[in-house]
Design a protein around this ligand. Sequence first.
Ligand code: NAD
Ligand code: UD1
Length: 314
Amino acid sequence: MKKISHALVTGGAGFIGSHLVDELVANGCRVTVLDNLSTGHRHNIDHLGDRIAFVEGDIRDAKLLDRVVRGCEVVFHQAAVVSVTQSVQDPSHSCEVNDLGTVRVLDASRRNGVRRVVMASSSAVYGDDPRLPKTEDMEPMPMSPYAVQKLTGEFYASAFGGLYGLETVCLRYFNVFGPRQDPSSPYSGVISIFMTKAAAGQPPTIYGDGGQSRDFVYIKDVVRANLLAATEAAAAGRVFNVGTGAFIRIRDLWTLIGELSNVKIDPVFGPPRAGDVRESVSDIGQIGKALGFSPQVALRQGLIDTLAWVRAAA
Ligand code: NAD
Ligand code: UD1
């Protein structure tokens, strides 16, 4: 990896952020984490001890941001209300965090001489455009407040580039999974919930008919995409999909997790979730061409590694 001298990771105590912090530290980067621990956990980063600076606080706090951003070369902006359903239930709160918080992060970055901000966007911005796979040049069709907020963040990033010369890169993650994804809430990522159910011998709830598709990308690949986005000159000002180019339907995902967990349990079906995208699969041609990114971990292998972590953590 090309060297980054000092990075701020917002949401660095969360699932994706904490893995990113691990990799940055392993590469000799000085790291500051800003996290309010709303869905993240100290135990995700405790093993790093005083090798990182942890600041408990909110991305909406402009004064605090000024302090933690100062001296950083790169900001990885991961903090967000991440659940689509939560954004449907409380659009004002998710708007404050995902939009106002993002503007505050960008503003503090441009005022303090940050070279580049890498932002966690989402495949949710594509909505139900029937064309598949999803390519970055499609017109976004956000269906949930969360998707609108992520798209707004992208527009702010682009405007900050034009207005202030701040380099930004937006990564539209598809569905990320792996160790440390917190299964404890009904709003958690589906793989973490299904694995917990399988381990407990309980049926999961599948929302809708289970025919909805997702492109699940393993955490290690997402971390690599972030590091390329931060260090490659060609990434500046761009928006990239981060996925695998493959998909699985949710009912088949449960069957696969059951097989890998040695359980065979029929799921319970519940009503479809409001704001749920039906079909999701990425085209990763752009990030491949511009940054040389290709995913290294296939779904099955990623699930096996995640299951090993779930068992060890139990
Ligand atoms: P996560 O909930 O584990 O991480 C989010 C972190 O942000 C948590 O540690 C939380 O405590 C922190 N946070 C939330 N609000 C904050 C605030 N106001 N101030 C400071 N910290 C705050 O979720 P994750 O899956 O690691 O998601 C990371 C990012 O990736 C998010 O921006 C999310 O929208 C995006 N994303 C995730 C996925 C996925 O499949 N997991 C897919 C697309 C995009
Ligand atoms: C997820 C991310 C979101 C991200 C988006 C990108 C989380 C919590 N959400 O949203 O931040 O921007 O991917 O694509 O990480 N499901 C069930 N049963 C369950 C849980 C979920 O059937 O118990 C279904 C959902 O209805 C949905 C699919 O599984 O169709 C995936 O759900 P979820 O993991 O919550 O992710 P997304 O909503 O796709």
